[in-house]
Write a protein that binds this ligand. Sequence first.
Ligand code: AMP
Length: 412
Amino acid sequence: MKYKRLRGTQDVVPPDITLWRHVEGVFQDTFDRYGYSVIRTPIIEPTDLFVRAVGEGSDIVTKEMYTFEDRGGRSVTLRPENTASVIRAYLENGLHRRGGVQRLCYTGPMFRYDRPQAGRYRQFHQVGAEAIGSDNPAVDVEMMMLVVEAMRRLGFEGLDLRLNSVGGESSRGPYREVLYDAIRSSSELPGELVERYEGNPMRIFDAKDVDTAFKQKLPLISDHLDAEDAAHFAQVQDLLAGTNIDFTADPYLVRGLDYYTRTVFEVYCGDTGAQSALCGGGRYDALVAECGGPDTPAIGFSAGVERMVAALPSTDVGGVAVLAYVVCESQGASAGALRAASALRALGAVETDLSLRSHKKQIQAGEKSGARFLVIAPTQGGTLEVRDLKRREEFAVAEGELPGRVEERLGD
Ligand code: AMP
């Protein structure tokens, strides 16, 4: 083998791709039902966009970005997440002038130069959505309803929705000082670890190399929310309690991206470990303004397609149903085979066997394909032979009558 894929990247080959299409399809259908429109943004963006939005000191920006100079000497980055790009596009295309709440959804690859391990890749894929233009707690709850509904439709049971509020800047500013003081005044952490949390001490709750026991002694944001942030969080919980969604308020939940304000949430399923949130999201009420737009509150989420595919409770998701498999035994039969297949494609998916392998092998492959009908194209012109594999019947048919004869058998 001359070439291998890069570490941390994956090929998705048949039949696994069926599961990917299923996950993405169920999310897309759920987005449609909630009134979300698809937005597509470039995979490559100016580096500054992510540095500003995701946060200068965040793990993503300091360690994980695929950043390089393009030929014009500009620093560009493969997107590590999509919210920053969506907000840039929202402003650049004047969507903020449309009023109301803009609901946008996406699916696509993201890139983070992380240490590859189970459920963690360097190129991974997210489905996600953003609702831009309201700070109504009902928008937060509607977004969580969307996520949970899509995941339930995928067959996930016993979902664990964890919820917290990280507060707005008015709560977080003073809290950060209290928290950093507590970290600094403890003798338990080595100096270089203490320094790491100077800029954004809340990241300590996300740190893998800090003991849970230590984290539990630290002051919590939930005790430092100002009246407005506390009221917002209370309303989110009240509204959620009125749905059929179970949730747990988790005062230790913080997220690795700096733009989050107020509501943050993650969804886990079953006995998944700390690494394996299937989905994460939250409010980012200051990001639109930070990107140069008007003061506009917003909330979003994204879910890892790889992780959902790996965790799917059932892999029996069906694929494309093959209507017919056209057998073509010789070059002379090719034209007839192409015409027959083309006519049947008005009714469904048709596979042609143009390998010119033996009759027996083609028939076997046709039977394995899951097709309802085997159609054998004649070498010398004349009638086609059709086998209805469901009814176990055979009949001969003139070319012009093929679609009609097949169609009358459908629906049973
Ligand atoms: P984040 O953008 O970090 O909030 O991640 C949102 C979701 O994307 C996570 O819950 C995961 O399902 C998925 N995800 C994040 N990073 C990776 C990765 N390196 N590999 C695979 N999935 C990831």
